[in-house]
Design a protein. Structure first.
Length: 758
């Protein structure tokens, strides 16, 4: 692999990778250095599932070899660790006795007096604890806990006997050094190898049998896919962790180091540095005093059992919070449970206090893409919250959303987490804007901002101030005040919990309410931008774009709007990250070098144009020819196509419909995302996309690479990708009309008109 040119060995290696049996562990480490020249010429190849156990890939200093190679080292975590039991109970729901669960739950709940009125904070805390204990006790009595699964495949009794036989033969041979005993040992070893191979094949056949059923069983099929597709594999936290010159390597030390980092640097309230901050704090103190005054409960619409049942039926099978109550248990509700939930929910709204047990979170950490595992800042925190508490959060979210929509408070171009809107709303707008001004031979540019830890740094007082300023119903504001107050969290790694710490800023990522609260918090962020600048918002993804006949005028417009947005962030204690903020210049003369290049300054850092940038999953490039986006698609689907080829070869009798569903989910969904905006692109783009689909279909159907394109589309009843994208365009137009989305409809009809006039 040291050659820079394509050669026979390289093609052979690429073919092995394409077959899917081996995968390449890619990283940014160079493995060869000489005379200030560095290059990567050494790689690690591994098969599934071995690749899932490899981590901490590092390069070491050259060992004095002539070639100046840097040795590649890695950890292979195959040994079974003695881990502590999980702080959150896990149950085997396939063996659940739901009839016993409901019966036990009703018996325990019947001991609670529903006629007694809840009037104090202490009574709410006691009631919530009792409800939790009833559900938890019923679950433990009727559902067995899950057993620790061995990562190794099961071996047969015959294989176990052969292991004993081999060990005995080896000991006898080493003792006697007899030639016959030696032959017996090697014979036993060969028999054991064959037996283990047969056990592996048998286990693999059991796994792959889910693809052969006449009807698709979604759980089994996707369970099979996840065994080989590591998208949802639990991330390992092995290796050292470094923070403030302190190195930790045990799970206990790591969780507390993570806790210190998040407590002191992320979930911490920024100090007041403007007179405005003091004004907000004083105003919020007055608001809290007003909210504590007695209210007329008749003005607060009660939460009904019908609302609760609707939420319960739609609950996903997500992970439980610290109370270990699972959504599956809540979905198997009884009438008595719903009545008790209605009682405590209404009491919470009336009194304005959420039980502390619902405000505790276990935070799991997800490693950000291409980040250093040793740094705490490389991880994204996800809060696992009480499932019971999230039911009430969903109800509050519904009521708040209804209020905001009726009064048309939310920004029109905020498309994040809103009904009838998606990422494509602002993608259509930006694509049209750039195309129209390039057609007019004008300059256009867009700047994509990155707000540091946006959800985690929301200023509590600032949010309450804005909610009150929007004149939302007092019971909703009272609920949000309690929702934000005195929240605690613990970091969870490998079943080890850190010490709890208080969250002094931010809305928990994992709560149904968090996206809506963030949208409200930033609802006025674009109010002061330049009149000739447009904007697009999707939750915390913020983009500003403008155009002009001259670069100087374009720069002034974008810089003015950037300054206003930066001032808004400073006022509301959010921070722009210049290192992740990108500027894209759509130039009518892309090859021309301008004397005064377009540059934008933010947070004291000069942002220069890039050739391409990713926005909401789409790669925009400075020419708007979509080549970078197609390259991105090819890279992203390569491993998925290899997986489909691997599954098809491993199980030649796989059900055709099941395999096609996998193709549509794993590959076509990637190709088709945003494809309507490509319909006006050069035909070469569609040729490349069609080639990707052809490869994927041949891999899915287990057909050789020389199979005709017409045949694979006919046997799979799959339209060509451009035809399918045209269908998606028509559906999007219809959907925009039904939802009365005039802006999206106008942008989509423009694309349709361009296609028709070609």
């Amino acid at each position: 692999m040291g050659s820079r040119r394509t050669n026979v060995k390289g093609r052979q290696l690429q073919q092995v990778l394409d077959e899917g049996y081996l995968q390449c562990i890619d990283n940014d480490l160079t493995t060869y250095a000489r005379n200030n020249y560095e290059e990567k010429i050494d790689w690690i190849l591994a098969s599934q599932p071995t690749i899932l156990f490899i981590d901490n890939v590092e390069t070491e200093a050259p060992l004095g070899l002539k070639e100046d190679h840097k040795p590649l080292t890695f950890n292979l975590n195959m040994a079974a660790d003695n881990k502590p039991s999980s702080p959150r109970l896990s149950f085997n729901f396939k063996s659940a006795n739901w009839q016993l669960y409901r019966k036990t739950l009703n018996e325990l709940l019947s001991n609670i007096d529903r006629t007694k009125t809840i009037t104090t904070v202490e009574e709410i805390e006691s009631y919530a604890t009792t409800l939790t204990e009833c559900i938890s006790s019923s679950t433990k009595l009727s559902i067995p806990p899950t057993k620790d699964r061995l990562t190794n495949f099961p071996i047969s009794t015959t294989t176990k006997n052969l292991i004993d036989r081999k060990h005995r033969a080896y000991r006898r041979w080493r003792k006697t050094m007899n030639e016959n005993d030696k032959k017996e040992y090697y014979k036993s070893k060969e028999l054991l190898t064959n037996a283990l191979r047969n056990n592996r094949i048998e286990k693999m056949n059991q796994i792959m049998s889910s693809l052969s059923g006449s009807k698709m069983c979604s759980d089994k099929v996707w369970g099979t896919v996840r065994k080989f597709h590591n998208k949802r594999t639990n991330q390992s936290h092995s290796g050292d962790l470094i923070y403030q010159n302190i190195t930790s390597n045990s799970d206990h030390d790591k969780v507390n180091l993570f806790a210190s980092y998040f407590e002191n640097e992320i979930f911490v309230e920024k100090p007041d540095h403007l007179p405005f901050h003091t004004q907000v704090r004083k105003k919020v103190d007055r608001i809290k005093r007003i909210l504590k005054m007695p209210v007329n409960r008749k003005l607060t619409p009660p939460i009904t059992t019908k609302e609760i049942k609707t939420i319960l039926k739609q609950l996903p099978n997500s992970s439980p919070g610290p109370d270990s109550i699972h959504n599956r248990c809540l979905k198997n509700y009884t009438t008595l449970l719903v009545q008790h939930l209605a009682k405590i929910f209404n009491s919470i709204i009336d009194i304005g206090h959420i039980p502390n047990i619902w405000k505790k979170a276990n935070i799991i950490l997800l490693l950000k893409k291409k980040k250093d595992k040793k740094q705490p800042s490389s991880y994204r925190p996800i809060s696992l919250l009480s499932c019971v508490g999230k039911i009430l959060e969903k109800i509050i979210k519904q009521r708040m959303t209804k209020e905001l929509n009726e009064r048309k408070i939310l920004p029109i171009h905020q498309a994040g987490f809103r009904e009838h809107k998606s990422t494509m709303y602002n993608i259509y707008r930006l694509e049209r804007f750039a195309h129209e001004h390039l057609d007019k031979r004008q300059h256009a540019a867009v700047i994509f901002f990155d707000v540091k830890a946006a959800f985690d740094t929301v200023w509590f007082d600032g949010l309450i101030y804005k909610l009150y300023d929007l004149r939302l119903p007092s019971y909703l504001i009272r609920y949000i005040v309690s929702f934000l107050d005195n929240r605690t969290a613990s970091i969870e790694i490998e079943n080890t919990l850190s010490k709890p710490f208080v969250l002094r800023s931010g809305t928990p990522q994992g709560s149904p309410l968090s996206p809506l609260l963030y949208i409200l918090y930033t609802s006025d962020s674009m109010n002061s931008i330049h009149q000739h600048t447009e904007h697009g918002l999707f939750a915390d993804d913020t983009a500003l774009w403008a155009s002009s006949n001259t670069i100087t005028n374009l720069k002034n417009r974008l810089q003015s709007s950037t300054n206003e947005f930066q001032n808004w962030c400073n006022a509301w204690k959010l921070t722009i990250q210049p290192s992740k903020t990108e500027l894209l210049h759509f130039s009518p003369h892309p090859r021309k070098k301008y004397k005064n290049e377009l540059e934008i300054e933010t947070e004291g850092v000069i942002i220069k144009p890039v050739f391409s940038s990713r926005y909401l999953g789409i790669i925009f490039d400075h020419k708007l020819d979509w080549r970078s986006y197609v390259n991105h698609i090819e890279t992203k689907v390569a491993s998925r196509i290899s997986l489909l080829r691997f599954l098809a070869k491993l199980n030649p009798n796989a059900n055709l419909n099941t395999m096609l569903i996998l193709y549509k989910s794993l590959v076509r969904s990637i190709i088709a995302y945003g494809s309507p905006i490509l319909l006006t692109a050069n035909q070469k783009i569609w040729t490349r996309l069609q080639i990707i689909q052809n490869k994927a279909l041949k891999a899915t159907l287990g057909l050789p690479i020389y199979t005709s394109t017409e045949y694979i589309h006919k046997i799979g009843n799959i339209p060509e990708i451009k035809t399918y994208s045209t269908t998606l365009l028509q559906k999007a137009i219809t959907r925009a009309r039904i939802n009365n989305d005039k802006i999206s409809e106008e942008n989509l009809l423009r694309i349709q008109l361009q296609i028709d006039t070609k």
